[in-house]
Design a protein around this ligand. Sequence first.
Ligand SMILES: Cc1ncc(COP(=O)(O)O)c(CN[C@@H](CS)C(=O)O)c1O
Length: 414
Amino acid sequence: MSHQNLESLDVEAIREEFPILEREFDGQQVVYLDNAATTQTPDAVVDAMSEYYRTYNANVHRGIHHLSQEASIRYEEAHDRVAEFIGADGREEIVFTKNTTEAENLLAYSWGLNELEPGDTVVLTEMEHHASLVTWQQVAKRTGADVAYVRVDDDGRLDMDHARELIDDETAIVSAVHVSNTLGTVNPVSELTELAHDHGALAFIDGAQAVPNRPVDVGEIDADFYAFSGHKMAGPTGIGVLYGKEALFEELEPYLYGGGMIRKVTFEESTWADLPWKFEPGTPPIAEAVGLHAAIDWLEDLGMDRIRQHEEELAAYAYDQLAAEGDVDLYGPEGGPDRGGLVSFNLEGVHAHDLTSILNDHTIAVRAGDHCTQPLHDKLGVPASTRASFYVYNTREEVDKLVAALDDARQLFA
Ligand SMILES: Cc1ncc(COP(=O)(O)O)c(CN[C@@H](CS)C(=O)O)c1O
């Protein structure tokens, strides 16, 4: 189904490609607002993966037979498609991992453990996801490097004056989230990257909440490394991407070894395959790569700018409707270009887990908890928050259902 040449998204037509959105529980149709955790999968992606299993399932780079050659070509083409989608120079700059978390660990193990030393500083931000924060925290401990955090100000934006103060000649890497999965804040990643480069540091950007819902051009950002996950962008679980500048990937040693990543092995020594295969040991996520390719085609058919606009409008609407309630504490910047497609909040007098449970009674799926940003919640002074996160198939009516259901929680708990 083509969606080209539309001013805005045809949400009704889009929803027809997601049978799961028709599901009912206790006679109520599901309202799925947990897209920052994982998005739903359109028929086009499911069909592409089924076609792989049905017609050309075989291992890649290891067989001379027709099926293996076809699977290998499609697997390699998926790398090319991802490179094109994010503005990379080619497949050599695209490594498939299991998810964003593994992508970040690849960088931390292959570069961090080998390059960081006492006196170096890893600069993070206070809004980092545990996939970054815990990873760099542990690598810094093992290498004797220090960790510093760019402050988040009262309206949920990065304090860039503090960033300019923190990032200096001792900084070895700046690792920052592009869009916060808790605050929704869209960070100035090009400016952070430039600050890092001005001081000879690397820049890693966590794009898990950006690539799915806005145009991303790693060349424009000039990031040295960039990571994201397939399951957050209408694609399958089990596949993520670590983008890296080719010259930097060439210098990195792999940290996972095995078949497929080697060139020559003797009893004494081994040499590595060309990029990106050097970082892809063992049997890779072949069906998932086919699914990710199909997801990118599907998203681009909608138009990434239209997707960004749809999410920005929904998040701004949700922010305004929740703020108008008068007893809802909201986190992150007000709705607009600085906020991605999610809103985290607390209803006064009601614990986030209780609220989320009541919303589930209305078949409204949101997330409660710390969203893997415990230090940020400590800073906010709350143990948890409820988060509504949107995607291309969500509507204002679904936001209205969420807001209306708050009354049940007030009657029970407040
Ligand atoms: C900014 C950011 N960075 C890294 C990750 C990890 O993605 P994985 O595909 O699980 O590896 C996530 C996933 N955030 C989910 C699970 S905690 C959320 O509900 O917010 C993220 O939002």
